[in-house]
Design a protein around this ligand. Structure first.
Ligand SMILES: [Fe+2]
Length: 533
């Protein structure tokens, strides 16, 4: 169990999560906790380090990339690495890793224990019920667990109940039947991109009463898609449905997903263990569920916490915290620094970049410009939170379509997220919870939905990022300037990446997007870059 792990000096420990969403966590030479997501390093979304542990095509990387990653870590760790915590009980990559870190002791971490630690030890809560739910992961041995609850108390994490069903697999699996949803590079059957995309379609659908019970059976009884297909009289095969049937399927699935999650939590809340809840695992990226859970807990006098990396990209950090027992509210900006920072001056000359104040940046935003932001260390987790972001004015009518079709190259139905200062948020959104990490989806107030069309989803919700005074400085200052100009202090924020690739982390890639899309400017640490041609 998580609380039985022996405490190890943080400087002597390296944590490696090696399946898809691989990452490394350690203390660097500046005494900071670093979380390096492998996908950013190899520019392969969801990149897997271990070939043998991922059965998904298209996520594997070359031996040279694996070696470069290990060398990068070796060059930046603070201390003498004596212990490596790893998720693979069979140590497939043990010999390769030992070439870079000889004489280490390997320790194995359970998938859900690591998820739990990534939430519990980085929250400000002293007690909470934890729900870890995803597509499943290994315990220390070969046992696969899909859904598990924990009690966090006295700085210890204690397992409560295991459930023999996954809420993540059935949720994402339905997406393959929907024509409007395209798979990622990994696989067509259970692509990792499916869950986020089908969540975007929910708002277009209606819950169909007669589909609810069959959908519950599909989720919790292990019924196959073909059984569900017969029970709801809809052909559920690859790309077999589109339009309203597809949207209603997504909406009914979302409803059953939420009800199943609530059923687990409600049982535990009633037992008086705690009124607080921490959600981890990939399913905790479901902001529609999170919003409802936060609302319910608030009414009951409790609090919800969702870390910025609830999915597998937070597992190397979770493994690290399991063994180091560090309990700290962590900034999400723990990732890679700009990897080609040494060429910054050369790029400034090449592009004739000029200094740019916050006020000038706001001028560009109000002129309708689309601006890529690249600064400092990357945020970890799937959400861009201001250091690798694309921003623009959400009050411009066609901005969602322009971004989707000419900058982001993604499906029409996918919504964009707003950013607002915490102190202004209740003016524009209903039922707001502090959301530094875009964890919730409050509704845009009815009177502002037409005024902010690019961030108000079809169902009125928005995946809001709130910024507090001590939080993201650039975002806070932009929003403050907008407010002082009597403009609506809300900006649109989406992740900065090359089409199909993970969030970028080089100046070279940022300028590639500038030169090859309809993006207008790139802003890098106080300098504005215009298109070269
Ligand atoms: Fe997971």
């Amino acid at each position: 169990m998580a609380n039985m792990k022996q405490k190890i000096d943080p400087a002597n420990i390296l944590s490696l999560y090696l399946s898809h969403d691989a990452a490394a966590t350690y203390i660097d030479k500046d005494d900071k906790i670093k979380v390096l997501e492998y996908e950013r390093f190899v520019k392969q979304r969801y990149g897997a380090f271990t070939h043998t542990m991922s059965n998904r095509e298209g996520l594997g990387t070359t031996d040279e990339q694996r070696r470069d990653f290990l060398q990068y870590i070796k060059d930046s760790v603070k201390g003498d690495i004596k212990t490596i915590v790893i998720n693979d009980p069979n140590l497939h990559d043990g010999p390769l890793i030992q070439e870079y870190f000889p004489n280490v002791e390997f320790k194995i971490a359970s998938h859900h224990d690591a998820h739990a630690a990534s939430g519990a030890y980085t929250s400000e809560l002293n007690d909470a019920i934890l729900l870890s739910f995803d597509g499943g992961g290994y315990d220390d041995g070969s046992n696969v667990c899909f859904t598990r609850t924990y009690l966090y108390k006295d700085n210890k994490i204690q397992r409560l109940n295991d459930y023999n069903f996954s809420l993540g697999i059935p949720y994402g699996h339905l997406a393959k039947c929907i024509k409007e949803i395209k798979a990622g590079p990994d696989c067509e059957d259970h692509s990792l991109v499916y869950s986020g995309k089908i969540m975007g379609l929910c708002g277009y659908g209606n819950i169909r009463e007669e589909w609810i019970q069959p959908m519950f059976n599909y989720y919790t009884q292990g019924n196959s898609l073909s059984i569900l297909s017969k029970e709801i009289n809809l052909t559920l095969e690859l790309n077999s449905i589109e339009g309203q049937d597809a949207y209603d399927l997504a909406a009914t699935s979302q409803y059953v997903f939420e009800q199943s999650g609530f059923a687990i939590i409600n049982d535990l809340i009633k037992s008086d263990l705690s009124l607080n809840v921490i959600l981890v695992g990939g399913c905790a990226l479901n902001v529609l569920f999170n919003q409802k859970m936060a609302h319910t807990l608030k009414e009951a006098g409790g609090t919800l916490f969702v870390p910025p990396y609830p999915n597998d990209c937070g597992l190397s950090l979770g493994q690290f915290l399991l063994y180091t027992k560090i309990k700290e509210k962590l900034s999400p900006y723990m990732g890679f620094d700009i990897l080609d920072r040494d060429k910054f001056d050369d790029y400034k000359k090449e592009y004739k970049a000029t200094k740019c104040s916050v006020s000038q940046l706001v001028d560009h935003i109000k002129d309708g410009k689309i601006i890529g932001i690249l600064q400092g260390e990357s945020e970890i987790g799937p959400r861009a939170l201001g250091n690798r972001s694309i921003i623009c004015d959400p009050s411009i009518k066609d901005m969602k379509d322009i971004l989707n079709s000419k900058v982001k190259f993604r499906e029409w139905y996918r919504p964009f997220a707003p950013v607002c200062r915490l102190e202004d948020s209740n003016t524009y959104f209903d039922d707001v919870f502090e959301s530094d990490f875009m964890s919730y989806a409050p509704e845009v107030k009815k009177e502002y939905r037409d005024v902010l069309p690019s961030i108000a989803h079809i169902d009125g919700t928005a995946r809001l990022q709130t910024v507090s005074k001590g939080g993201h400085k650039l975002f806070y200052n932009i929003l403050k300037e907008l407010k002082e100009r009597n403009e609506i202090p809300v900006i649109l924020n989406t992740s900065f990446n090359i089409k199909g690739a993970p969030i970028l982390t080089t100046i070279e890639d940022a300028l590639y997007v500038l030169d090859n899309t309809e993006m207008d400017f790139v802003y890098i640490e106080g300098f504005i870059f215009k298109k070269k041609i």
